[in-house]
Design a protein around this ligand. Structure first.
Ligand code: SAM
Length: 264
């Protein structure tokens, strides 16, 4: 996969040289290039922002440097390859989820446009639609200072799904959000630590019981921390023991969906 990131702070992306993503780049699994937006300005001060039309606080990123930078990135792509995806980090974008990461990991090129200040002149997104599939994308319901932190998170989430990046691909299967639930708690040696014992079932060697315990822990943890996820969970084919586990947590299965009992 090729990833291009355009930013006024290219050095902000330096962590992408480390750890698994850095190794993936060294191994040629990920071709990641960072571009300095100021290289695409034409004035002596390398200006990338200006005051907002209509007044108000803050500055807005000027359209022309963005058009120049994105044109240069698009020009490196063979015409027959079609439009690459342009991700524009924004708190006003669609929510970036694990499902989005899986979907984007299938693309052959992703371009990220890191906004700063009050964001990028809206016309850039309209113009870019002729050359890219434009997707404004939010990391969550809070406001960051710039798109770079969002890009670090998204590139890591997408990059680790690329074939060969994570050593044991099975470790991706049971993670939080892979099946719409949070992951079960995990433990390592020693089995007894500061008067706290690892749950006995994990030492039993009974794989069926361990799998069931882990599933039920997923249900318990998700009900406790993220009940919103349970509303989306497909409970239609749950075995009886799992329905009982949900019943103990105050949820009944109605038409294949989990419904919290009013008294729970
Ligand atoms: N005025 C904008 C608004 O209210 O929607 C916020 C601008 S924010 C200070 C500057 C930049 O940070 C945005 O253009 C975007 O690139 C990035 N950013 C901020 N919060 C984000 C979030 N939750 N997800 C993704 N990017 C975010």
């Amino acid at each position: 996969m090729r990833i291009d990131v355009v930013s006024i702070f290219p050095e902000y992306l330096a962590p992408l040289e480390l750890s698994l993503i850095g190794k993936a780049r060294q191994d040629g699994l990920l071709d990641l290039r960072v571009h300095d937006l100021r290289e695409f300005t034409t004035d002596r001060h390398r200006t990338v922002d200006d005051t907002p039309y209509g007044g108000g606080a803050g500055m807005v990123m000027k359209p022309e440097p963005w058009a120049q930078a994105l044109t240069a990135v698009a020009a490196e792509r063979p015409a027959e390859a079609g439009k690459p995806v342009l991700i524009v980090p924004s708190p006003a974008g669609e929510r970036f989820t694990q499902a989005t990461a899986h979907q984007l990991a299938e693309e052959d090129q992703l371009v990220f446009a890191c906004g700063r200040y009050e964001g990028i002149d809206e016309r850039v997104l309209e113009w870019a639609a002729d050359h890219f599939t434009v997707r404004p994308m939010s990391l969550g319901d809070y406001v960051l200072n710039g798109g770079e932190v969002a890009v670090l998170a998204m590139v890591e989430a997408i990059g680790r799904l690329l074939p060969g990046v994570v050593g044991n691909p099975e470790s991706l299967v049971e993670e939080s959000h892979s099946d719409g639930l949070l992951e079960y708690p995990v433990y390592t040696k020693p089995s007894s630590w500061r008067d706290r014992d690892v749950p006995a079932v994990l030492l039993s060697g009974n794989h069926g019981k361990i799998a069931q315990w882990r599933r039920h822990e997923q249900y318990r943890r998700t009900a406790e921390r993220r009940p919103d996820l349970l509303a989306e969970f497909d409970a239609g084919k749950l075995p009886r023991a799992d329905r009982t586990a949900f019943a103990d947590l105050g949820y009944d299965v109605v038409d294949g969906r989990l419904k919290q009992r009013p008294d729970a």
